[in-house]
Each structure stands twice: as structure tokens, then as C-alpha cells.
Design a protein around this ligand. Structure first.
Ligand code: FAD
Length: 493
């Protein structure tokens, strides 16, 4: 697999993936490339994808995006984490925050100290030691120039693609409107030569980025790359999405509320709330899901519920020949931890770092695919964890999740935490130790043992240190404005 030097980049699709790719490539490699994006207004975009993780901020900085302008344009609110309700047991609630929990030492992470304090009868909740978690629960928020709060955004997906398009067209990327009718390939190498539109126009290129959504027009329909199915671990296959009017001040977190055969999201924006229900059709019909969702929403319904179908898994290669898939065309892990937009951002960042200026070759594509796969598998395991570590026994769905055979990589992590309270973040993995700890404890995985570093500290000293830490977080949170007040001021024109 060796192609000619790459100069002409063609992006197929203008959803979040297409415009993010176009924005990043044009900003960073624009002078070296000719970039064209092809999209069809008639086909439209998936129209969901409204909760992000903090890496979005880093990516926006790389694009030189002004935060206030972005937030105004996308009606965004701030996000400090996700509140999980009814997951391990009905009535349970825990918060997976983006913050750091306590102060870890080289010998062991903070939760080992906390577990020892708990054994000795003090220390409160682990979440007391996390600033972002406390601010989130209190409905408070403020940014500062010191950058000492870790946050992400809730945003309007349609407005986001429009905002990115505005940036990108201003930077010189060419947009072609039209339906792709044919993907023309070199008969010998299989490399894509051009996208032929219904109008007959051919858009030629050296490198093609498939951002055509679930249909994977280039990577799958043309190149037959193949798909690794993960639906035996991630059972949900459908979602209903609808929008409602806000009935309360915007909370600075996403809600993920588990139900009999899936879970419901609530994503508060400035002007409305995004709602959805992710479910498994083996265990719940569309009609049942719709009826359930309608009883669980609050506020005036602004849009009809829309059904979306998906299958968990990944394309066998994200990069195949001269085609790179980004976004839904590259595979899908359901939105429980809001990771898809992140995967687009990291994918295009990787492409910029590994851009095939000298021609496409196997070594480059293999490395790209290897990195993408490792990251995706870490996310896959993290999502399965939420379902598998459940004690719910109220439906076949939850029993199936609890009893299923999970990937060996996840089995090993669960055993390590259960027997030793050790969690880790492997190289190229997204989720930090604090994320694994919050979800494992939140899902009621009680460690049998932990590191005894806490016993090296005299109990009164340990108690004072923990009290001080909790107290300073509580004091800082009490001084913050409410999220809604901050949002109103921050986004005022
Ligand atoms: C239920 C659900 C909830 C989600 N929630 C989240 C979330 O909270 N957070 C998150 O990070 N991600 C979430 N995602 C994922 C997120 O929606 C996607 O990663 C993101 O929107 C990117 O989509 P895309 O651009 O790949 O595809 P799409 O939005 O589907 O865009 C495809 C583009 O290709 C074009 N196209 C297709 N065929 C043709 C053709 N023949 N000719 C011309 N153009 C064509 C379309 O017009 C469109 O412009 C969610 C996904 C689902 C299904």
C-alpha cells in the first residue's frame, strides 16, 4: 500500500465529525493542503451528541475558538460530570466528576487513605474531596484565569456543526453541496479516486475522510473494511431523542438515569433540555420505550421523539487504503460517558500529527489504527463496567448485563480493584484513575483490601488533614455563583 504524495483532502460528510475535521485541518495544515468538504443538506446529520468531556476545551484551544462566542452560538452550558441514578441498585446515585479527588502520593492514590479513614470511622464521602463534584452537586460554577476547574460543555449539536462550518469556510475550506452517488476507486489498488455526486460532478482527492455517519459510505460500503461487533457486551441498540423546554436552572452536569432496559439522558442547555432514552430492543419495544420516556420528561415537549438505531463496535481499520473514518462511520460506543465527540477530536489530532505528506504507507496506517484501537478498547471496557457491576435483579436486561462474560481486560481490572483497591490508567487510555475509582465504588464494588499507607499517619493528624481538605473545598464552593447566574453573565452579549 503506497500512494502518491497527499495534497488534496476530501471530507465526505458535514456533521460534527466532518466539520471538526475540516476546522482542525484547515487551521493547522491549511497552507499545505487543498481541503474540500462534501455534504448533503437533504440527508442531514444525526442531530444528537450534546454532552462532551474536558478534552473538548483543549481541542477548542487548538482551533483558537473563543469560549464565549462558542457558548453563545451553541447555547452551551458547563458540565462538571455525570450523575448516575439507579445503576447499581434502584434508588442509588453517584457522581462521576471530571475533578481530581484528594491528593494522591507516590505510594498510593488518595482513595487508599480515605478507605483507611473510613475504617477508623471518619473521613465522610470520597466525593467530599473533589472540588468539581461538590460544585456540580451544589449547582455552582465559575471559571478562572488560573484554569483550576476541570469542565466540559453541553451543546446544541446542530448549532455546533453550523458554528464549526462558519469558522472553517472563513479559513478557506471549500464546501460542495450534493449527494454522493458513487465512490470511484482505482481498479487495481482499491484507492479512492473521487466522489461522484448525483449531479455528475466528481470531487477528486488524494486522501478521503469518511464522516458520513453510521452508513460509512466510503470506509464500509466502498472499501468493505469490516466491523467488529461488540453488541454482546454493549446490549443497547436504539435511542429515542427529543427536546423539552427548561423547567429549572441548568444543572452543571448530565443526568444518566437507569431504567428497566436502558437509561435516560438529560442534558441542560441554555435554551432547552436534550432528552433521550437508550435501550435494548431485545428487552423493550420502541412503543414501550417511547411511553416510558414520555413519563420521565419534564417541561413542554419541543420536538417529536426521534428513533435512532446503532450497533456497538468498531470498524476493523479506521484507516484503510487512502480513507480514514472519523465519527460514527468509524464505529460506535453508546453515549453513556459522552466519548464520541472526543474520539473525533483525538482522531483528527492524530491525523494532523501523522499526516501522510510523503504518501500513504502501511506503517503509518497500522500505527494510526493501533492507537485508535487501544483507546477505543479502554473506553469500551469503561462503559461495560457501568452495566456489568450491577446488583439490579428487576429485569432480564439487568440480569443479562450482570451475568455476561466481559472482556479479559475488564475482568482483570475488576479483580485488581476488588482485591486490592488498585485502579490504573494505561498508556493511550482516556479515563483517569479517579474516573475508574468513582465508577467502581459508585457501582458498589467494595474493595476487600487496600494499601496501608494511611496507617503510617497518626490518626489525629490524618483526621485534621482530611477535615482541612474537605473544609477548603466546601468554602471555595460556597463562594461560587450559581451555574445559571454565571452562565447568564458569561454568555451575555
Ligand atoms: C443516541 C446518540 C446519542 C449521542 N450522544 C452523544 C453525546 O452525548 N456525546 C458525544 O460525544 N457523542 C454522542 N453521540 C455521538 C455523536 O452524535 C456523533 O459522534 C457526532 O454527532 C458525529 O456524527 P457524524 O458527523 O459522524 O455523523 P452525522 O451527524 O450522521 O453526519 C453525517 C454527514 O454525512 C453526510 N452524508 C451522508 N451520506 C451522504 C451522501 N450520500 N452524500 C453526501 N453527504 C452524505 C450527511 O449529510 C451528514 O452531513 C451520540 C450518538 C447517538 C446515536
Amino acid at each position: 500500500m503506497d500512494g502518491p504524495a497527499v495534497k488534496r483532502v476530501v471530507i465526505a460528510g458535514g456533521g460534527t465529525a466532518g466539520w471538526l475535521a475540516a476546522a482542525a485541518l484547515s487551521r493547522h495544515l491549511g497552507p499545505l493542503l487543498d481541503i474540500t468538504l462534501v455534504e448533503s443538506d437533504e440527508i442531514g446529520t444525526v442531530g444528537v451528541g450534546e454532552s462532551t468531556i474536558p478534552t473538548a476545551r483543549t481541542f477548542h484551544k487548538l482551533l483558537g475558538i473563543d469560549e464565549r462566542a462558542f457558548m453563545r452560538a451553541t447555547q452551551a452550558s458547563f458540565k462538571l460530570g455525570i450523575a448516575f441514578e439507579n445503576w447499581a441498585r434502584e434508588g442509588d446515585r453517584y457522581f462521576h466528576s471530571f475533578g481530581q479527588i484528594g491528593n494522591s502520593t507516590w505510594m498510593g492514590d488518595f482513595h487508599h487513605l480515605w478507605l483507611e479513614a473510613k475504617r477508623q470511622g471518619f473521613g465522610g464521602d470520597l466525593g467530599d474531596y473533589c472540588f468539581e463534584l461538590q460544585a456540580g452537586e451544589a449547582g455552582r460554577f465559575a471559571t478562572s484565569d488560573k484554569g483550576d476547574i476541570n469542565y466540559a460543555y453541553h451543546l446544541d449539536a446542530t448549532a455546533y456543526a453550523r458554528f464549526l462550518r462558519g469558522l472553517t469556510e472563513a479559513a478557506g475550506t471549500k464546501r460542495v453541496e450534493g449527494k454522493i452517488a458513487e465512490v470511484r476507486q482505482d481498479p487495481e489498488s482499491g484507492f479512492i479516486q473521487a466522489l461522484v455526486l448525483e449531479s455528475g460532478e466528481a470531487v477528486e482527492g488524494d486522501l478521503f475522510i469518511d464522516c458520513t455517519g453510521f452508513r460509512g459510505l466510503l470506509i464500509e460500503q466502498a472499501l468493505k473494511t469490516g466491523f467488529e461487533d461488540w453488541s454482546h457486551w454493549l446490549l443497547t441498540d436504539s435511542a429515542l431523542a427529543l427536546q423539552t423546554a427548561s423547567v429549572e436552572p441548568a444543572r452543571p452536569y448530565t443526568r444518566a438515569i437507569a431504567h428497566k432496559a436502558g437509561w435516560q439522558w438529560r442534558i441542560p442547555l441554555q435554551h432547552r433540555v436534550g432528552n433521550g432514552f437508550v435501550y435494548c430492543r431485545d428487552h423493550m419495544s420502541d412503543d414501550e420505550a417511547r411511553a416510558l420516556l414520555m413519563t420521565q420528561i419534564e417541561g413542554e415537549v419541543l420536538t417529536e421523539p426521534r428513533v435512532l438505531r446503532f450497533r456497538a463496535g468498531r470498524r476493523l481499520k479506521s484507516w484503510n487504503r487512502n480513507c480514514i473514518s472519523l465519527g460514527l462511520s468509524s464505529g460506535f460506543i453508546e453515549p453513556l460517558e459522552s466519548t464520541s465527540i472526543h474520539l473525533i477530536m483525538i482522531g483528527v489530532t492524530r491525523l494532523i500529527q501523522m499526516f501522510p505528506f510523503g504518501g500513504i504507507n502501511d506503517a503509518l496506517a497500522d500505527r494510526f489504527n493501533d492507537l485508535s484501537n487501544r483507546e477505543l478498547e479502554g473506553i469500551r471496557d469503561f462503559i461495560i463496567l457501568h452495566y456489568h457491576l450491577t446488583e439490579r435483579d428487576d429485569s432480564d436486561f439487568w440480569r443479562r448485563c450482570r451475568d455476561m462474560d466481559v472482556p479479559d481486560s475488564l475482568k482483570q481490572r475488576i479483580a485488581l480493584f476488588r482485591d486490592n483497591a488498585i485502579a490504573y490508567q494505561a498508556p493511550d487510555e482516556l479515563f483517569r484513575i479517579d474516573s475508574w475509582v468513582q465508577v467502581m465504588l459508585g457501582q458498589r464494588l467494595e474493595p476487600k483490601a487496600y494499601h496501608h499507607l494511611g496507617q503510617l499517619i497518626e490518626p489525629d493528624r490524618a483526621r485534621r488533614a482530611l477535615d482541612n481538605l474537605r473544609g477548603s473545598i466546601a468554602t471555595a464552593v460556597a463562594k461560587m455563583p450559581s451555574h445559571q447566574d454565571f452562565l447568564d453573565r458569561y454568555c451575555a452579549v
